[in-house]
Design a binder for this molecule. Structure first.
Ligand code: FES
Length: 119
């Protein structure tokens, strides 16, 4: 099974694809970050374990499994924020990428790390 994930890249993302939308094929069980990088969209990331939030994206439509992330909260899901380094699609998706700052704000608003220490 392969899903189509549309990556909506903001103007200030620094990916080389800024301001564009890119469709990426993501295999069942594959992480969105790596599928994107294999397709030439170099999304930001750091730990690649679902811990630091550097790779955060906002889910515009569809469904992502986040169970491989080391630190992911129900409040993140409620806010439609996901960690793309450890997110696998459960359907076709649209994702606004480069949402690190939004993720820090969301975590801080719930007094959760790492937003709490960075805000
Ligand atoms: S790169 Fe650290 S949480 Fe994804």
């Amino acid at each position: 099974m392969t899903y189509t994930v549309e990556l909506v890249v903001p103007d200030d993302c620094g990916t080389g694809m800024d301001g564009q939308s890119v469709d990426v094929d993501v295999r069942d069980g594959e992480y969105v970050l790596w599928a994107a990088r294999n397709a030439g969209v170099w999304l930001p990331a750091d730990c690649q374990q679902g811990w630091c939030c550097r790779c955060a994206g906002y889910l515009l439509s569809g469904s992502l499994d986040q169970s491989d992330s080391r630190r992911y909260y129900d409040t993140d899901r409620d806010a439609e924020l996901h960690l793309l380094c450890t997110a696998t699609p459960e359907s076709d998706c649209r994702i606004l990428v480069c949402q690190y700052e939004a993720m820090l704000d969301e975590r801080a608003s719930h007094d959760l790390p790492p937003g709490r220490s960075k805000r």
